[in-house]
Every structure is written in C-alpha cells, then in structure tokens.
Ligand binder design. Structure first.
Ligand code: 5GP
Ligand code: ZN
Length: 111
C-alpha cells in the first residue's frame, strides 16, 4: 500500500472535496486553487508520473477530463490541463494527476 498523499485521498483516509469518482479515477478540488475551477484528476492506481502510466488509463483520464469540463461549465470558454512532471516540471506530489483549471483567462508562458 502506497504511503502517498493522493493514495490516501483515494482510500478516504484524508478528506477531499470530491467532484467525480468511479472505479478507476477520482477528481477532487485542489486545496490551494489557482483558478475559480481547479480540480485534480487522479488514477486510483498509483503511477508516479506520465512516464509510468499505461496508455489505456491515460486515455480514460482524457475521457473523464472531457466529461468533467462539460459538467463544470468550462468546456465552452476553454480551460487548461496541466501535468507537472519531475523536478523541473515542479511536480510536488509523486502520484500522476491532471490539474484541470478554468473559469478565468490563463496566462502564457507559464512561470
Ligand atoms: P503538483 O505540484 O504535484 O503538480 O500538484 C500538487 C497539487 O496538489 C497542488 O496544487 C496542491 O495544492 C495539491 N494538494 C496537495 N495536497 C493536497 C491535499 O491534501 N488535498 C488537496 N485537495 N489538494 C492537495
Ligand atoms: Zn499514490
């Protein structure tokens, strides 16, 4: 059993503000939101990063991202999906997650 903060959220050991859950993934609101909508989507199985996950699970996360964007009301105006990876990518939690950000106009380039 992984002693990882997102694994613990998946197991319900740490409470989270859930927006979607099924047998493969969990989506919950980021504790430090960077936009009016800031949801984290995680696979229930622990994968450290995009370098480790299989394409089927990754593809499923894309399907759920599309569904969540519609349900959260950000599909029409647009949104951003961020996957921070590794040290230079500023990944702080080593359990793959999509940041789904929306509800405001985003900046580019990222800092
Ligand atoms: P990373 O920096 O790894 O791309 O993103 C990790 C994200 O997880 C951060 O945006 C941070 O605010 C969020 N986070 C860290 N711990 C918790 C937690 O216990 N609950 C929730 N909801 N979000 C968390
Ligand atoms: Zn984990």
């Amino acid at each position: 059993m992984e002693d990882c903060i997102f694994c613990r959220i998946v197991r319900g050991e740490i409470p989270s503000d859930k927006v979607y859950e099924d047998d493969r993934v969990l989506a919950f609101r980021d504790i430090e939101p960077q936009a009016p909508i800031h949801v984290l989507l995680v696979p229930k199985t622990h994968y450290a990063s995009i370098m480790d996950i299989d394409s089927d699970t990754f593809g499923y996360m894309q399907t759920i991202t599309r569904k969540l964007a519609s349900e959260l009301g950000i599909a029409e105006k647009g949104f951003r999906v961020v996957i921070n990876t590794g040290e230079d990518g500023q990944q702080s939690v080593k359990h793959l997650h999509f940041h789904i950000l929306g509800g405001r106009s985003m900046q580019w380039p990222p800092g």
